[in-house]
Design a protein around this ligand. Sequence first.
Ligand code: ZN
Length: 189
Amino acid sequence: MSEFGREHPRNLIPELCNQFYHLGWVTGTGGGISIKDGLKKSQCTPLFMLAYRERNAGAVIHTHSPHAVRCTLLYDKEFVITHQEMIKGIKDATLERYLRYDEKLIVPIIENTPFEKDLAGSLAGALRAYPGTSAVLVRRHGVYVWGDTWQQAKTMTECYDYLFEMAVEMKKLGLDPALNPESEKNGEK
Ligand code: ZN
């Protein structure tokens, strides 16, 4: 441990990277973390800057989580899930509150590009089209998640990852994660 405190980005970023590595979120050269006023520079920096500028984020996490990638193979333009407890861990910027269990969580999906920096245009478009979202999925690539603080960004990344995995498993079982179980019971469409 250096002379900086545990929460200094110089100590925090390697520690978070280590945790994320063991979750399979950042393996090989993939993924990254940026904390405002942090020190890490990577190819993802212009993308992280977008979330800082457009969303006033305090931290951005980018993972190559296999759950996120699998989701982008199963959904077209949007990831949609509802009636899952972990949805309550996701904050909607437009509503200015955390979502309810029975609300629909929607995450836009953008197409991947050969160079990560070229994602900036479509990422900016997704941020404008989905003003409430705190995440954007990139097809066959991964996910960007941002929060007011690094703690919030990390918690939401964990909730998203859980929900991505859940959705993939539900689809494998022939269940629709976007379906409201109540409306099915009442015979509604
Ligand atoms: Zn990446």
